[in-house]
Design a protein around this ligand. Sequence first.
Ligand code: PSU
Ligand code: MN
Length: 294
Amino acid sequence: MDFINRSRPDSVALETTLPAMGLPAGEGLPFCRELDGIIAEEGGTPTTIGVLGGRPIVGMTGDELASLLDGRRVEKANTANLGVLVHREVDAATTVSTTMELASLAGVRLFATGGIGGVHRGYAQHLDISADLAALARFPVAVVASGTKSLLDVTATREALETLGVPCVGFGTDRFPAFYLSTNPDADSVLDARFDDERELAEFLDAELTRTGRGVLVCNPIPEADEIDRSDWDRWLVGAQERAAGAAGRDITPAILGALHEISDGATLRANLALVRANARLAARLARALPSRT
Ligand code: PSU
Ligand code: MN
């Protein structure tokens, strides 16, 4: 496939669905610049991934990113529809799944995001499972995230990762985090291992990505000061689900995130930004510490 590869050995991949659809209009671009600054400060190379005119770009320039995030509606590309969007030569934002696919194609091994997609609540009545989960089992990239978004079924998502054989390790925790919350609010979801030392974690990731050719989920819980109160969360979620009830398919996640940001008067948005910043910082430190980068 024809794609632009501007990655470097110390690259940290960043996705474009989060700034294009997960944040209020106009906030995506400045936030991307902030993440670039954090990654550069830690000695890494920020490498934002997206699709312009059907051509995937690994390491978008500021101008390219500005044109993707200029406010018009762009397509959301996961591993199912990426090929069609490339074929039709359109612009698209990449989710965790396609950011992993394109990062691995370019040889980028670290990727920072907020929370991965997963198994939606009520899956027994209406099956909805993010392509992010299968992507973790297919592409050799370490994804640094605060677990899965708490608006999903966190327990089922953790189980699905186990079923897919995706290693899930924690940095500073042995519990699966739930995005705005540092642990799963519904059950005790344990991880495969806990690491407290960045160098040791980087050594493990290097060995594991090479050994399996598949992905690893690195769980970095939201910083304690930014965590959302449990009872506020329960209330906000009920309200957001009601407001987003009309959304379907790929629009569900952005609709619920947007409703939460409004109902919580920006509290979920602030928490979301805080955890992504922390994940970008950790990913950059791990990228620098990867033993076999060339
Ligand atoms: N994390 C965030 N905000 C987001 C997303 C993740 O903090 O907007 C996006 C990611 O791109 C993820 C996608 O891959 O939501 C999942 O969408 P779906 O549930 O439709 O697979
Ligand atoms: Mn879905």
